[in-house]
Design a protein. Structure first.
Length: 334
C-alpha cells in the first residue's frame, strides 16, 4: 500500500471495522513497524481494551502496530510510555477513540482507569559521551551511537544551572525527591511558589532550578530564584517555545538558552561548550525544541538528549545543605 493510501487510512473517521480490516488497516497506516521502537510489527494492539466497547472496539484509531515485546509491555506495564496517550502520540493519532462510558478530558489506562500521576520525581538526565563530570558510580552516560537518532532534529541547548531541581504543582511543591527535608533555600522557593500556585493549572507541573542558595557557583545577577526548564501537562512536556510562554505567564524566568537549531552532530555542542566560562557556568543540557513525553526522557527517540558538566564541578568539601546558607544575588541587588 502506498503513502497516499496510508494517509487516507490515517484520516479515516471512527468507522467500525471487522477484525481483519482492523489488523490490515493498522499495519498499513503504521507501515508495518512498531510505533514505539521501530521494529517489525507483530500485533495490531487495541489501545483501549476491546472489552470496554459494546461493539468490540475495532476502530482504526483504537489500534497501533506493536512488536511482540512492546505489545507485552503495553498489556502489563504501568510505565508512562505504554499508556494509551503515549501510544496514540507515537502512532500519529490526533484524537482518542473511547468507550461510550468514558468521558473526554481524562487520561485513562488501557482498561479505562483514570491515571492519577500524583507527585512525580524528575528522572536523572544522562551525560553526553564526552562529559568530563560523569561519575561512573552515580551517573548514566549515553553511548556515542545513541546520538545518531538525533540527526536532523531541532534542539535547544540551555545552560545547566547550579541549583536544586524543584517541581511546582497547583497543590504541592518538592525538590527532586518527593520527600521533604527543611532548608532555608527550599523555604524561599516555597514562598515564591505560594504566590503563583493558583495560576498553575490542575494536573500540570513546572520544573525549575532553585538557585537561591550558593552550591558550588556564586551567581551575582540572576533574573530570579526559580528558573524554569520544563512545563508538563500530565506526562507530556511542552515545547521550548510553550515552556517560555508559560514561564512568562507565571512570572518566572527560564534557564538561559545558549543555542537552538538543527542537530547535525556534536560539533555545534562542542562550540557552545568552548564558549562557557567554567568558573561561572556548570555546563549545558540538550533537549528537543518540540514536545516530548516522560517515558522518552532517557530515550533518544525523544526527550532530553543529555548534559555536559564541567570536570570536578563540586568545589566545596561540605555539602551545600550542611553549610551556613549563602544567598546568590538577583539582578539589581545592591
Amino acid at each position: 500500500m502506498g503513502k497516499a493510501e496510508r494517509m487516507a487510512l490515517k484520516d479515516m473517521g471512527p468507522s467500525l471495522l471487522t477484525r481483519e480490516e482492523f489488523r490490515a488497516g493498522v499495519f498499513a497506516r503504521d507501515g508495518g513497524l512498531c510505533v514505539l521502537c521501530g521494529e517489525p510489527g507483530v500485533d495490531a494492539h487495541h489501545i483501549m481494551d476491546r472489552k470496554l466497547f459494546p461493539d468490540g472496539g475495532y476502530y482504526l484509531d483504537n489500534g497501533a502496530t506493536l512488536c511482540g515485546e512492546c505489545h507485552l509491555q503495553a498489556e502489563t506495564a504501568p510505565e508512562p510510555e505504554f499508556l494509551p496517550s503515549s501510544i496514540r502520540e507515537r502512532a500519529g493519532i490526533a484524537s482518542a477513540v473511547l468507550p461510550p462510558q468514558l468521558g473526554q478530558g481524562q487520561e485513562y489506562d488501557k482498561w479505562g482507569r483514570v491515571v492519577d500521576y500524583g507527585l512525580v520525581k524528575y528522572p536523572h538526565t544522562p551525560h553526553l559521551p564526552w562529559s568530563p563530570g560523569y561519575d561512573a558510580e552515580e551517573d548514566m552516560i549515553l553511548e556515542p551511537e545513541a546520538l545518531e537518532g538525533w540527526y536532523g532534529r531541532h534542539v535547544v541547548i540551555t545552560e545547566k544551572m547550579d541549583g536544586e531541581g524543584t517541581t511546582l504543582y497547583n497543590n504541592a511543591y518538592h525538590a527532586r525527591s518527593t520527600t521533604y527535608t527543611g532548608h532555608p533555600s527550599r523555604t524561599r522557593g516555597r514562598a515564591i511558589w505560594g504566590g503563583i500556585r493558583h495560576d498553575i493549572p490542575k494536573g500540570w507541573r513546572v520544573c525549575a532550578e532553585n538557585v537561591s542558595a550558593v552550591h558550588s557557583i556564586r551567581y551575582g545577577s540572576l533574573p530570579g530564584y526559580l528558573m524554569v526548564f520544563s512545563v508538563w501537562e500530565g506526562m507530556k512536556a511542552f515545547s521550548w517555545e510553550e515552556t517560555e510562554e508559560w514561564a512568562g505567564l507565571l512570572g518566572l524566568p527560564t534557564v538561559p538558552v545558549l543555542w537552538r537549531g538543527q542537530w547535525l552532530g556534536p560539533e555545534r555542542c562542542h562550540e557552545v561548550i568552548a564558549g562557557l566560562d567554567l568558573e561561572r557556568q556548570e555546563g549545558i543540557v540538550v533537549r528537543p525544541a518540540g514536545a516530548f513525553r516522560f517515558g522518552q526522557i532517557q530515550d533518544t527517540r525523544g526527550g532530553v538528549l543529555g548534559k555536559w558538566v564541567r570536570r570536578g564541578h563540586v568545589t566545596t568539601d561540605e555539602h551545600w545543605m550542611d553549610r551556613p546558607v549563602e544567598w546568590n544575588r538577583l539582578r539589581g541587588d545592591i
